[in-house]
Write a protein that binds this ligand. Sequence first.
Ligand code: GLU
Length: 331
Amino acid sequence: MVQGIANWSTEQSREWLQSYVDDWVSFYRKHTGEGSVAEYIPQLATADPDALGITIIGRNGIKVSSGDVDLPFTIQSISKVISFIVACMDRGVSYMLDRVDVEPTGEAFNSIMHLEMKQVRKPLNPFVNAGAITVTSTLEGKTSDEKMESIFALLEKLLGYRPALNIDVYESERDSSMRNRAIGYYLLETGFLESDMNTTLETYFKQCSIEITVQDLARIGLILANDGEDVETNEEIIPRPIARITKALMLTCGMYDASGKFATYVGIPAKSGVSGGIIGAVPPRVREEVLPFMEGCGIGVYGPALDDNGNSVSGIRLLRHIASQWDLSIF
Ligand code: GLU
């Protein structure tokens, strides 16, 4: 573990942090070849498999960025965090938790096995596709653009700018969406959808195609780590109870079928997406040693080469290493 020093915000210690992270990024970039980029959405297959970047922003203002930090990519499943927050803010937490449960599935993100075989009352959580599409159907608005407005409005508050859609990814996703359409029809038949199915699916494809960078993810992660408040202005952007539930879901259901392993070995509330992004929200922790980011931080990672669980192969290793070096686990 990195040795504790009294103050991590001096110029010299910032330089140390930067050089540690630079070394770790170049080391773990060598592992990208052990994974492969997602191909079931053809446009995602065009990503550079060797890309790797990370941004960490502390609640104390320290920011470390290394690797491919300006490379835009689509948010994909990380959008499920945003749409769930928006729906909870607009409809209320209990309304939403009546419609989606908060249990990990242990199945692939796009499976409907539990719904069908176990006859569960509702999708098991908002981060699997069945749950996310159900959540998206509750967003206000009649058209997909109207529904997207509430997602963009929250992102604009979180990021300080309005991100754009990647139209090529959106069209590619829409045109290769057989499985998501199957889920849509299943949810329609079983009465889970609150809006027209095609409008709901269009909205879902659009929300997954929003373009962001690791710096954006780190900023959103920081606000979640800070219980929904903007660190600089103290403005409440996400109500605390919603930030709390969202982090609990990230920890238990955020990393596909590897959520248990990630919670065990990394210990950070996080959510990944098939484009290779990972968002992490590290709350303040109490330790005897003064390690970097003890007061909490937000993390954004991008590495499009994925492991068998659909998580960034190098991104996971990089996070695991940093979490053990700086004792970032919440446990
Ligand atoms: N748009 C993707 C899908 O529904 C998102 C999947 C993901 O990132 O997990 O297939």
